[in-house]
Design a protein around this ligand. Sequence first.
Ligand SMILES: [Zn+2]
Length: 363
Amino acid sequence: MYTLIHTDKNTGARAGKLRTNHGIIDTPAFMPVATKATVKTLTPEELYEMGTQTLISNAFHLYLAPGMEVLQRAGGLHRFMNWNRAIFTDSGGFQMIRKDFPFKVTDEGIVYKNPRDGKKYFYTPRVCLSNQRILGSDVAMILDECPPYGSDYSTVEASVERTIKWAEIAKNEEKNRGQLFFAILQGGTFAELRRKCAEVLVGMEFDGYGIGGLSIGEPKETMKEVLRYNVPFVPEDKPRYLMGVGSPAELLDAIECGIDIFDSAFPTRNARHQSLMTGKGTVDIARRKYAQDFAPVDEICGCYTCKNYTRAYLHHLFKESELLALRLASIHNLHFIQSIVQGAREAIVEDRFAEFKRSVMTL
Ligand SMILES: [Zn+2]
């Protein structure tokens, strides 16, 4: 259950606590992405160390591999991956956008084809939630349909109808004791459809709401506009989760609009592509100028990487394609994002979020 602790006096930013079966999540909160039951290259202990209270995995990917039988026998996802804090599981609806798998949508669900073996899976709202029961996730996302950015009104309207229909089915599904169900608000960039979807799903009283269909290629201003419009439909006592965001600037913009929870592969993916975030902008560590730079990646970062290694060393590891490069860079980037979100939380409680945001953005 969610408790609102404080709303910043000058913005819509808010601090709260989400209670789950595996501990409290202090919000705003950022979730590293563990699609296939691992945050790439990192152990749970390394993630705890940087203050991670929750992560997100993907129910559909885990359904394909290793499959629900293995996960059931393992005793659920927490035990399987040795993670003892909260877990969100994404439904798999977003895989339509990612085009990870060929698919076909019907009113009953999504037919996905596994490119590995050609096998077809009929993924319905019920299958989606029964998988998330087996996984034992603390927060299960219900199945939605997310049309690509730029879809026309009638396509988006049809997807909103399906999302609502699937939510009605999901609402009546059995859940594990204490498991939370979040619905996903769709409607593309059409205000009228956003309103309709939000009003109907909010009326069904889910435990929280994801704002879906954003960060899929639309201009930054459009995302802000949709958030400003869409977020007020979600009651104050429900957590709001912006899916698939993101970069420090996007995070801070969204926190300002009243978003509580985020997930994104941005920090870890960038890290593996030698792009390191610092208070003074992004550093491409493979550039020659770092070959003899014996300073840490970021002078004021307190992460394991910055405390123990130099830019020159990371540069060398990337140049030689050493595996340790990926780990050290991932530790730094995730720690950097977690520090921003923690800083935002402290600033909100003290009514100085706008000032905090400015200080981060002008560094
Ligand atoms: Zn660092």
